[in-house]
Design a protein around this ligand. Structure first.
Ligand SMILES: CC(C)(COP(=O)(O)OP(=O)(O)OC[C@H]1O[C@@H](n2cnc3c(N)ncnc32)[C@H](O)[C@@H]1OP(=O)(O)O)[C@@H](O)C(=O)NCCC(=O)NCCS
Length: 145
């Protein structure tokens, strides 16, 4: 099966991929802002159908965050997820000048640690590096939405 990798993704496909993994969809306006605000979005297509995505948020300097690594269940195990993450890392590597370093963070879903280790990531916590932490800020939808 030939997979084509593009750098654009629409909100409907983004939320369909999230739902396929059991993740809550994102408000469409916020999803659009998140995709537009990413330094790079990778979308995997098979015969015109979007089957995977991954994106990186990068500050242009030393900090980057990989988000939303998703492959439709029936397309998993064929190397698509790995290829998308490799493309994000290659993009960041292309921005390195002599003496530069970029710290690439991500929050691995439970059981996905080995997948990321094969791509070069290290688990936390480890010596002198504590666990990642997170906080979700939310506002209730308007009544009637
Ligand atoms: C995590 C995820 C993106 C991986 O996508 P994928 O396309 O299946 O990834 P790959 O095919 O590159 O690698 C996945 C597995 O297939 C194996 N694999 C890789 N290439 C393969 C190939 N050519 N043939 C068979 N198996 C292969 C890998 O060894 C890997 O094994 P693992 O399950 O022990 O990690 C996908 O499982 C997914 O969408 N999960 C739900 C969402 C999620 O958890 N995202 C990560 C959030 S941090």
């Amino acid at each position: 099966m030939r997979i084509v990798y593009l750098s654009e993704l629409d909100v409907e496909d983004y939320n369909a991929l999230r739902r396929s993994a059991g993740w809550a969809p994102v408000h469409p306006a916020q999803a659009r802002a998140g995709l537009d605000g990413s330094a790079l979005v990778v979308a995997a297509q098979s015969e015109g159908k979007t089957v995977g995505t991954a994106r990186v948020v990068w500050d242009g300097g030393p900090a980057a965050l990989i988000k939303d690594v998703l492959v439709l269940p029936e397309y998993r195990g064929q190397g698509i997820g790995s290829e998308m993450v490799r493309r994000l890392l290659a993009f960041l590597e292309s921005k390195l000048e002599p003496g530069y370093a970029i710290s690439v963070d991500l929050m691995a879903s439970e059981g996905r640690e080995a997948f990321y280790e094969r791509l070069g990531f290290s688990r936390r916590p480890r010596e002198r590096r504590g666990p990642g932490m997170d906080l979700v800020l939310k506002k209730a939808p308007h009544s009637g939405e």
